[in-house]
Design a protein around this ligand. Structure first.
Ligand SMILES: Nc1nc2c([nH]c(=O)n2[C@H]2C[C@H](O)[C@@H](COP(=O)(O)OP(=O)(O)OP(=O)(O)O)O2)c(=O)[nH]1
Ligand SMILES: [Mg+2]
Length: 130
C-alpha cells in the first residue's frame, strides 16, 4: 500500500486556527486540512514543514514544536502525520495556490470537515483550550 510521511502545521493566532480546503481531485479532496505535505528524502519534518507552508500558505515558519503524531490507514493509503504547532512565523497566511482558507476558533473546528485522521488533532487542540 502507498505510505506517506506528512508534515502538518497548526497555525494559530490566539485561539483561532488557520485551515485550507483540499482541492476536489486529490486524496481526501474537498476536506479542510491543516496545511502541509510530504516529507521528502533527506528532509527533517521541521524542514518539510517550513517548505510546505511557504509553498502552500506563503508564510515563513520561524519556529515550531511537535504536537502529535498520527498513523492512519485510509485503506487506499497509509499516512503518518507529524503534526507541529507553528509557534512563530512571518507573513500573512493565505491560500497561495488558490485554495480557500479560513480562520476558526478552536471550539468551532468540526471533525466532519476534516479527513478521518484529523480527529485526534482536533481533540488535542480542543482539550488544551478547555
Ligand atoms: N496536509 C495535510 N494532509 C493531511 C491532513 N490530514 C490527512 O489525512 N492528510 C493526508 C492527505 C494526504 O493523503 C496526505 C498529505 O498529502 P498532500 O497531498 O498534502 O501532500 P503534498 O502537499 O506534498 O502534495 P503533492 O505535492 O504530492 O501534491 O495526508 C491534514 O490535516 N493536512
Ligand atoms: Mg499539501
Amino acid at each position: 500500500m502507498k505510505r506517506v510521511h506528512v508534515a502538518v502545521g497548526v497555525v494559530a493566532r490566539g485561539s483561532d486556527i488557520f485551515t485550507t480546503l483540499r482541492s476536489k481531485d486529490v486524496h481526501q479532496g474537498g476536506k479542510w486540512e491543516f496545511p502541509g505535505g510530504k516529507v521528502e528524502n533527506g528532509e527533517t519534518v521541521t524542514e518539510a514543514l517550513k517548505r510546505e507552508l511557504a509553498e502552500e500558505i506563503g508564510i515563513d515558519v520561524l519556529s515550531s514544536e511537535p504536537l502529535i503524531v498520527i498513523e492512519h490507514d485510509y485503506g487506499d493509503k497509509y499516512v503518518k502525520l507529524d503534526v507541529h504547532r507553528v509557534t512563530n512565523f512571518n507573513g500573512e497566511p493565505h491560500g497561495k495556490e488558490g485554495q480557500s482558507s479560513r480562520w476558526q476558533a478552536v471550539n468551532d473546528l468540526n471533525v466532519k470537515d476534516f479527513p478521518e485522521a484529523n480527529v485526534a488533532i482536533i481533540q488535542a487542540l480542543t482539550e488544551e483550550n478547555k
